[in-house]
Structures are given as structure tokens and as C-alpha cells.
Design a binder for this molecule. Structure first.
Ligand code: AMP
Length: 404
């Protein structure tokens, strides 16, 4: 068991909190504040307990010099300040004298947010540009050690990067004496663990998205614990191909047909594929043409599951006690091909007394966009991280935190 916030006294301590403020931004404004809201319980708890709270996060990928301007965390400091109803001091650097001085002068219940940790990916410690530096994302030990020296206790509350071994999570945790999980990561782990290690039966998993290659390990791991796996999205067509069904111009990963065959063979009938599709002549938001059965016309591509599959999936979900959903059922970005994703989302939300978890990424975004946010037991804040968790992998960002 990993240490949690309840294992420490925070009064007068300088607490380094790795949050996930990797929020979508347009014209310098945060366009979706879900991740900021998700970090509030930990921040507020630390403030209530008289800590000096030092926050940091990455924001996007930093590859070019102009990314340094575009991906500043300053707008998040302003937003957070409104939410906390108190000043959040923003430090526009990630290391050096100014940051150290601001932290040294902090009083209990004050909040500092410093700049995007990934700025270290293209800068040296003296601030000069070095496009190959990768100090954050390659877990540079000097940087991890330096950041760890700035505080007394490290709290990892960034689930979205828990599958990465970076200086701002694993690096700091390796050098600091005291560390624990924040409330958000603690909750994510508890929810996902319940699905994977201790699911109440019947357990139905729904896996979609573009490619089988991204989800092979998840399917393999879920086959051990789930009663059924419903497969939708582009990845269904590689399974169709494996069964000798006509897929037309649909997305098929030729080099994954063998593994799809293997998964079907070893699934004991647990894998359930769509029985029809909404198809189009091109990858565009054209009026859907519905296939009569699984076969897709040679000139068409399947872009969503069809109405019969929607009914089938709804029926397969009936009576489920545990449901995990990861990946859209079609190209939901096109309004004409969003019906499958919407219907699955609705079917899950209507299950009475079921433990329902959405594994981050596109499916989480779709559920929130469709207004189903409160209808699930848990919507994960980490796409890649929740996927790796469901694959049965150990997440380094969590593993590096002290045990109880
Ligand atoms: P993933 O990141 O693997 O969950 O995949 C999400 C993406 O899969 C979305 O952008 C969808 O547009 C895409 N997708 C879902 N179904 C299909 C399909 N039938 N053909 C092509 N792309 C699809």
C-alpha cells in the first residue's frame, strides 16, 4: 500500500505537488477545466492543514522554442486563483534563484505554481535552449534531485502521467524522503483496481478506438477477468478480417490479423463484435450507409457501429455489475458517426447498481461532452495511464511513491 495524504502532518511544511494541469487551451485561455477541478481536493486539503503548497505540472509537448510561449501555465494560475479564492503566485521559471526565493519566503496556506515542467525538455539548467535536453521526459537525475530539494514532502496527484518515468514524478520521488499519493491518484487507483483485481460479476468491458495494436494488451488482460468484451470502433475491422468478413475500405491493420485471430481463438466466446456498421464512401461526415450484416461493401468504409449492433451491445450490457469502457465506437468527431458512441454511453449510464468506469481519453471526453459526467461511478483523468493500468502494468509514477 502506498502512503496517502492522511499519513502526514503538513503544518508549516513545504509540500511539492505534481498535479495534472495539462488542460486544453485556446488563445491563452483554458477551454476545459476538468483537470483543474480534479486537483482541488488535494490542494484544499493541504491548505486546510497549513501547508506551503508548491504546484507544478507539464502542459503539452515542448519541442520547439515557440512552444515555450504557447504552453505557459500562467493562465492556469489565474484560473486556479479564482477557484481557490486566493492568490496563486506564478513563477515563470522551473529552476533557479527566483523560484528558490519565492519558495523560501512562502508562509503556510500560500500557493505557488511554477512553469511547465517540460520546458526542461528543450532547455539546459542555465536557461539556454537545447532541443535535445529532454531533462524532464528522460528523467534527468540532476533535475529530479534539484526539484526534490525544494520541499519537505512530495505528493503525486497527476494520474495522467503516472505511466511515465519523468523527473517531475519518479525523479523527485526517488530523491525525497517523504512522499505520498494525492486524493485524485488514490481514487483512480482504487477505482481501476476494483475493476481489474476484484470485479463483481457479470463484468462487461467495452473496447473501441482506432487501432487493435494499441489495445491488444488490454484485451489480453481483460480476457482473464471479464465475462464479455464488446469491441467497436475501427479496431473491430481487423477482427472482421480475421474471420474472413468483407471489410471494404475500412481501417484494417494487416499485420495484426494474426493476433486478432489468436485473441478470438483464446477468448472462449467472450469477444463480441458488431453485427452491422454505419459506412461511408470516404473518410468524411457524409450520410451513413448502413450495412445489412457484418460485411461492408467493397467501396465503403465502416465509420461507426450500426443500429443492430447498438441494440446488441445494449442487451449484452443488461445486468452487468461491473463495466469498463475505453475507446469510441466510431469516428464520433463526425456527427453522423457519433451514434454508436452516444448509445453505448447512454446504455452504460442507465445500468442500475453497476460499478461503471470510463478509462480516460476520447471516451471520457465523449461522456462529459454528452452530459453524462455524473452518470458513471468514475471517469478516469488519464487515458494512457488507465490503459496501462488495465493492461496490468505497474505505473512508475505510483510505484516510486513510499509504501506505508
Ligand atoms: P483511440 O485513441 O485508440 O481510442 O482512438 C480514438 C479514435 O478512433 C477517434 O479519433 C476515432 O475517430 C477513431 N475511430 C473510431 N472508429 C473508427 C473507425 N471505424 N475508423 C476510423 N477511425 C475510427
Amino acid at each position: 500500500m502506498k502512503k496517502t495524504l492522511k499519513d502526514y502532518k503538513f503544518k508549516n511544511k513545504t509540500v511539492l505537488v505534481r498535479v495534472d494541469f495539462n488542460v486544453p487551451m485556446k488563445d491563452g485561455k483554458v477551454t476545459n477545466d476538468n483537470r483543474v477541478n480534479a486537483a482541488l481536493p488535494t490542494i484544499e486539503y493541504l491548505l486546510d492543514n497549513d501547508a506551503k503548497v508548491v504546484l507544478f505540472s507539464h502542459l503539452g509537448k515542448i519541442k520547439k522554442e515557440e512552444d515555450l510561449k504557447k504552453n505557459s501555465l500562467m493562465p492556469v494560475a489565474e484560473l486556479l486563483s479564482k477557484k481557490l479564492k486566493k492568490p496563486v503566485k506564478f513563477v515563470n521559471s522551473i529552476e533557479g534563484h527566483e523560484l528558490e526565493e519565492k519558495i523560501n519566503k512562502m508562509k503556510p496556506t500560500e500557493v505557488v505554481l511554477f512553469e511547465n515542467t517540460r520546458f526542461a525538455d528543450i532547455t539546459n539548467s542555465d536557461g539556454t535552449i537545447n532541443l535535445e535536453a529532454k531533462r524532464e521526459s528522460k528523467n534527468d537525475s540532476t533535475l529530479g534531485k534539484y526539484w526534490s530539494s525544494l520541499g519537505d514532502i512530495f505528493v503525486n496527484d497527476a494520474f495522467g502521467t503516472a505511466h511515465r518515468e519523468h523527473a517531475s514524478n519518479v525523479g523527485i520521488a526517488s530523491y525525497i524522503k517523504n512522499s505520498c499519493l494525492g486524493f485524485l491518484v488514490e481514487k483512480e487507483v482504487a477505482m481501476l483496481e476494483k475493476c481489474i483485481n476484484n470485479p463483481q460479476s457479470p463484468f462487461v468491458a467495452i473496447i473501441g478506438g482506432a487501432k487493435v495494436s494499441d489495445k491488444i494488451n488490454v484485451i489480453q488482460n481483460l480476457l482473464k477477468v471479464a465475462d464479455k468484451i464488446l469491441i467497436g470502433g475501427g479496431m473491430a475491422y481487423t477482427f472482421f478480417k480475421a474471420k474472413g468478413i468483407e471489410t471494404g475500405n475500412s481501417l484494417v491493420e494487416k499485420d495484426r490479423i494474426d493476433i486478432a485471430t489468436e485473441l478470438l481463438k483464446n477468448s472462449n466466446g467472450k469477444i463480441i463484435l458488431p453485427i452491422d456498421s454505419a459506412a461511408s464512401a470516404s473518410f468524411a461526415n457524409d450520410k451513413p450507409i448502413f450495412s445489412a450484416d457484418q460485411n461492408i461493401d467493397v467501396n465503403l468504409m465502416g465509420l461507426d457501429i450500426g443500429p443492430k449492433s447498438i441494440e446488441l451491445f445494449k442487451k449484452e450490457l443488461e445486468g452487468a455489475k461491473t463495466v469498463v469502457w475505453n475507446g469510441p465506437m466510431g469516428v464520433f468527431e463526425f456527427s453522423n458517426y457519433a451514434a454508436g458512441t452516444k448509445a453505448v454511453c447512454k446504455s452504460i449510464s442507465e445500468l442500475a447498481g453497476a460499478f461503471t468506469v470510463i478509462g480516460g481519453g476520447d471516451s471520457a471526453a465523449a461522456a462529459i461532452q454528452l452530459g453524462f459526467e455524473d452518470k458513471f461511478t468514475h471517469i478516469s483523468t488519464g487515458g494512457g495511464a488507465s490503459l496501462e493500468f488495465m493492461e496490468g502494468k505497474i505505473l512508475p509514477g505510483i510505484d516510486s511513491i513510499q509504501n506505508k
